[in-house]
Design a protein around this ligand. Structure first.
Ligand code: COA
Length: 589
């Protein structure tokens, strides 16, 4: 599978330069650079012993990440895939379906590829669902595809969570959704954890209605079984394509129908493509094979009109300057010992255009760095940690977020935070109210936010630095990153103190704290987070700039679509209640 990380979506030849031309034009041009470029200095020497040790450490982590990813891509494995393919003419695996759907040169930014890793007693690679963003017929789309080789494509709790997250990203960025459907529906033994609650199975269809109501196209291709609740995936779509003799849509399969009504009926008669395209109208197009169905889906995307904007090279091209320092240096910045500090400006210098950074309030609240820069041509406000959060740093970050929100400049958070300062001095100085100002500013900033956790994200620092609960449009982790309420040492020491009142044999106590420490250590790891979809994926440090660039492009396009009134009239944000935005959506007739 092509990766977005090797080449950015839709970046093409630069616009003609205006410098050196004195002729006037009525056509708007990119602003000439009025300020001399001033790259950040660096103190990293690739040859130093420290940098080499750091690099070896990070490369080990990246290697481990690649191995886990490639294992997850195998889904249920070759035997399961062969068994699946033998059931129909020209049946494709989930990865092949996605490959065929994407434009030939399109990268694919896969989301949460390690979801489900080591969570359930049985393996559930990628949580049985592949999600990601790629170009289909020239338009950026969210692709949501069941992997039937993983537990029949059944929806475990994390499968549901993964689909809901992909839908949320699609909604926030107004991305048309293409569902490649082949699933046994809700994972029945987990029905209590997938069926009844707010963010359970039903929410998938609620989201489809809501997105359709906002004019965000919903297209389904039914490759195989789509049963019970799962039948609503196609039934709720604006356009449905079904594969002849392979796709099946029914509320109950033949065994259940027999048990319920005594009626004896075969799969094809009950829910096959011919019946649904010619009798029931549940599907719109009949395809002869998986490949044909994918072609029809690509055609359907071509006909989206103003609901989606094709990515045209001329429109998006900007003369983008790469950082002065190689992004591969990012592997040498993180110290082997996570408690050791590092200067986040070194990271900024390898993420921003020309390694430039216009720092704001550099001499005040120095444990946080704030300032403006461009990333792939988009102006951003960067907030990055350089130590524990003190009152002045919290106030500075708040001030800066107000500026960015007022000026409509997206915010990028580069996180390595142990939390807000504790102790009498800090409390007397009002750290709680100053931290709260920063947390409020993050929650209320009216601009797209992007979070990359490059080190630790601990305690309330996780909130102030735009953790998951603060709705960044994307949140990615570096392989070394850690998230928890506090470090394992501190946590077990707090627990020892609060539990110290009870008598217990010394050895037993020690074992208990050791195992608690190990448990917290494991729960803080990036893979633990990514497996549970607390983030959108673990990225290699050198991909940070491109991942942010894509997020910023998507946000800029979403804003443009919103302004031109295309893609419905809803608002960005959480899918709300009481039909507060959009209309009915497309009823299937
Ligand atoms: N819930 C939980 N597990 C399910 C499942 C479901 N809805 N559907 C399939 N699975 C699991 C099976 O238990 C099996 O697990 P195992 O490999 O650990 O034994 C695996 O997925 C493959 O299923 P299997 O039946 O062996 O494969 P198949 O290719 O013959 O059939 C289905 C696949 C999906 C057609 C078939 O399993 C099926 O009909 N499932 C039930 C569908 C249903 O009625 N769902 C109602 C949901 S509300």
């Amino acid at each position: 599978m092509r990766s977005i990380l090797s080449s950015r979506l839709a970046r093409a030849s630069p616009r003609p330069s205006t410098t050196g031309s004195s002729r006037r034009t009525l056509i708007s041009q990119p602003a000439p650079r009025l300020v001399a470029s001033r790259p950040l200095p660096t103190n990293i020497s690739a040859k130093s012993e420290e940098a080499q040790a750091n690099e070896e450490f990070m490369k080990g982590l990246v290697e481990g990440l690649r191995e886990m990813r490639s294992k997850a891509k195998e889904g249920g494995g070759k035997a399961a895939l062969d068994r699946w393919k033998s059931r129909g003419n020209g049946k494709l695996g989930v990865r092949e379906r996605i490959e065929a759907l994407l434009d030939p040169a399109s990268p694919f930014m896969e989301l949460s590829s390690l979801a489900g890793h080591d969570v359930y007693p049985d393996p559930l690679p990628a949580a049985g669902l592949v999600t990601g963003i790629g170009l289909v017929a020239g338009r950026r789309c969210m692709i949501i595809a069941n992997d039937p080789t993983v537990k029949g494509g059944a929806y475990y709790p994390l499968t549901v969570k993964k689909q809901l997250r992909a839908q949320q990203i699609a909604l926030e960025n107004r991305l048309p959704c293409v569902y490649l459907v082949e699933s046994g529906g809700a994972a029945l033994p987990f029905q209590a954890e997938v069926f009844p609650d707010h963010d359970h199975f039903g929410r998938i269809f609620y989201n489809m209605a809501r997105m359709s109501g906002m004019g965000i196209p919903q297209i389904s291709v039914v490759h195989g079984i789509s049963v019970a609740g799962g039948a609503y995936m196609p039934a709720m779509s604006d356009v449905v394509i079904i594969v002849k003799n392979q796709g099946r849509i029914f509320l109950a399969g033949p065994p259940l129908v027999k048990a319920a009504t005594g009626e004896v009926v075969d799969d094809e008669t009950l829910g096959g493509g011919e019946m649904h395209t010619s009798v029931s109208g549940v599907a719109d197009h009949l395809a002869n094979s998986d490949g044909h169905a994918i072609r029809l889906a690509r055609e359907a995307i071509m006909d989206l009109g103003r609901a989606s904007k094709p990515v045209k090279a001329q429109e998006t091209a900007v003369a983008v300057r790469p950082p002065v320092y190689p992004t591969s240096d990012l592997n040498s910045i993180i110290p082997v010992d996570s408690r050791q500090s590092f200067d986040m400006r070194e990271v900024i210098a390898r993420v921003t255009d020309g390694s430039e950074f216009r720092e704001f309030k550099a001499e005040y609240g120095k444990t946080i760095i704030t300032g403006f820069a461009e990333i792939h041509g988009h102006t951003v406000g960067i907030i990055a940690n350089n130590g524990v959060l003190l009152s002045p740093s919290a106030l500075k970050a708040t001030h800066f977020m107000e500026l960015c929100s007022q000026r409509q400049i997206p915010l990028v958070f580069l996180v390595n935070v142990s939390g807000y300062m504790v102790g009498e001095k800090a409390e007397r100085g009002g750290i709680a109210k100053d931290g709260a100002k920063m947390v409020r500013a993050v929650a209320r900033a009216k601009v797209p936010k992007f979070t990359v956790i490059v080190g630790g994200s601990f305690g309330a620092g996780n909130y102030g630095m735009c953790g998951r609960a603060y709705s960044p449009r994307f949140l990615f982790m570096w392989p070394n990153a850690k998230i928890s309420v506090m470090g394992p040492d501190q946590l077990s020491s707090v627990m020892q103190t609060v539990s110290g009142k009870k008598e217990q044999p010394a050895q037993e106590g020690e074992d208990r704290w050791k195992s608690l420490r190990e448990k917290i250590e494991g729960q803080s790891a990036a893979i633990y987070s990514s497996a549970r979809i607390w983030d959108d994926g673990i990225i290699e440090p050198s991909d940070t700039r491109d991942v942010l660039g894509l997020g910023l492009d998507l946000a800029a396009e979403e804003l443009a679509l919103r302004k031109q009134g295309g893609g419905g009239h809803g608002q960005r944000g959480e899918i709300g209640a009481d039909g507060d935005a959009g209309d009915w959506g497309v009823f299937r007739m």
